[in-house]
Design a protein. Sequence first.
Length: 265
Amino acid sequence: MAKKTKKTKKIVPKKATKTGPKTAPKTAMVLAAGLGLRLRPITNKTPKPLVKVADRTLLDHTLDRLVKAGVERAVVNIHHLADQVERHLTNRTDLEIIISSEADDLLETGGGVKKALPHLGDEPFYISNADVMWLNGPSPALGRLCERWDDDEMDVLLLLHSTVEAYGYTGNGDFVAESDGKLVRKLEREITPYLFTGVQIVHPRVFEATPEGAFSLNLIYDAAIEAERLYGVVHDGEWFHIGTPDGLAQAEVYMGQRFPGMRHR
């Protein structure tokens, strides 16, 4: 049987989108095609992006933040229990959503974004994982990324968080930051101050020399490090990694204690 050739589908908003700051990205990619294996058995029947914290799905938490930052179009890639995610997204009326199906082949983070590039434009855009949740500090995290972005000196700008203060995170961190925010990888077995939150701004030019098919965004980060064009901003609010049942429980407990009676902030 021949494979289906239709790979993307638009979900057209029912209302006009509010225009954000002129300097802010108007497009975003939300990575929602993961299998959610570590979150089983929850993800046996519920796709990870639709797992709820504070009575709202992780995917909606992310899209809410993007809309408030001025995003007008988001590409969402889907794979596991994809029909559920697609049906859920028809409820969004505040931005244009384009579904990028990876039903036939998972493309990993880099390949998934590269496939969506025709919908993301020629200017820098946001990328966010769908298995994280963050609360803003004194100022919105996406706005801080936007303010720090410098097209002349960087290709990728990552939102970082303190390794020891993250909820649901058990790793040793990802990057060492210089005083100007320039990033380098941590050494093997080294515990570093900062982890990558899964939220970032990327310029589409970084995909020009990347391979076809599946590849990780780490390929792009390593090239940017080599060119001294990978930078970071440290998040000044809370960040939650919803990768395991324990991480999900930590987020639920925190939100219930911090915002009793409230759905989300």
